[in-house]
Ligand binder design. Structure first.
Ligand code: 0X9
Ligand code: ZN
Length: 308
């Protein structure tokens, strides 16, 4: 019972990834992407039947906990690992055979730790430039090199949405940038997982749309529709569309960056909050979120494969 819920428990995130890489060495490789401001490791799993050596396979790259208070997001990443490795069902074999996976459950481990020890609602990383300000933290989703500082981003180090002083000033965003560029020719989907609001978002935050927007919308809509068939009555239906119109403009996001450098399907997922919990989703809902989101992820992987 405890064992089967490992992926929902913060203290076990790295232990869980280590165990999978130890128990399934043929398909799972544990990789450290880099460090954080405070010196923690940012880890991810490569999951592949061919050890990433078959250059013809598409890669599905997902990350979570970029904003540290969004606690429901790492479980989704860990549950995806679980379903691909420990509990691969017959009908899902194609997802392991035909796709290589990069799954990074905590982009912002310093902030994530801080939300457990000090301040539950902390959003940013924990970097500090004491010669400039006494305030810590950069909003990692404003720090990517795309439309930097244009909208919904602050130059004030004390603000929630502080963009940092220049693009990729933060080691945590450099880590993700480096993965994107290393595997760029094969990454078919980049999915940046947040909470909350039940959204699938795509496109650019200057309200322009990628050339393949029809296909992106098709993949996004399939995710939303698939999740809606599994959702609880108290959850909102998913909204799918361009982030600028459907949510709000925000510059310097990883979604826009990945789309701009050429990832065909770059999506932001905002997980559900069941109409009232905000970031404080009760743990009893995690199995539901994990399961329904996995169904959406599987749908996206299958559909985007047709376009690869
Ligand atoms: O503001 C954000 O970074 C994301 N919302 S959150 O509440 N999780 O902070 C939304 C980002 C949406 N993506 C783009 N606007 N590109
Ligand atoms: Zn977020």
């Amino acid at each position: 019972e405890k064992e089967c819920n490992l992926w929902n428990q913060r203290r076990n995130i790295n232990a869980y990834m280590e165990r999978l890489s130890r128990d399934y060495p043929d398909i799972v490789t544990l990789v450290t992407a880099g460090q954080t401001f405070e010196g923690r490791s940012v880890n991810y799993l490569k999951i592949s039947t061919t050890k990433f050596e078959d250059q013809t396979k598409p890669i599905y790259f997902m990350d979570a906990a970029m904003h540290s208070r969004e606690w429901s997001t790492p479980p989704v990443a860990l549950y995806t690992m679980h379903r691909l490795v420990e509990e691969l069902r017959n009908e899902d074999r194609d997802l392991l055979q035909n796709v290589d996976w990069i799954i990074l459950p905590v982009q912002n481990p310093d902030g994530y730790e801080f939300t457990h020890t000090d301040e539950r609602m902390w959003r940013k990383n924990r970097s500090l430039n004491a010669s400039v300000s006494n305030c810590s933290g950069v909003d990692l989703n404003r720090n990517y090199d795309i439309f930097f500082g244009e909208s919904n981003a602050s130059q004030d180090p004390c603000a929630e949405s502080f963009s940092g002083r220049y693009p990729f000033s933060e080691i945590e965003t450099q880590n993700i940038r480096d993965i994107l560029h290393t595997y760029l020719d094969r990454i078919q989907i980049y999915m940046n997982i947040h909470s909350y609001g039940s959204y699938v978002l795509y496109g650019f935050d200057n309200a322009t749309l990628p050339a393949n927007v029809a296909r992106i919308h098709q993949v996004g809509a399939s995710i939303g529709a698939q999740i809606d068939t599994k959702k609880l009555p108290e959850a909102y239906h998913y909204h799918v569309g361009n982030s600028y119109f459907v949510l709000y403009p925000a510059s310097g996001t990883s979604q826009d960056y990945a789309q701009d450098i050429g990832v065909p399907f770059s999506l932001t997922l905002e997980l559900p909050d069941f109409q009232k919990y905000g970031f404080l989703v009760p743990p009893k809902y995690l199995p539901q979120i994990n399961e329904e989101t996995w169904m959406g992820i599987a749908t996206a992987a299958r559909l985007s494969m047709l376009f690869y």
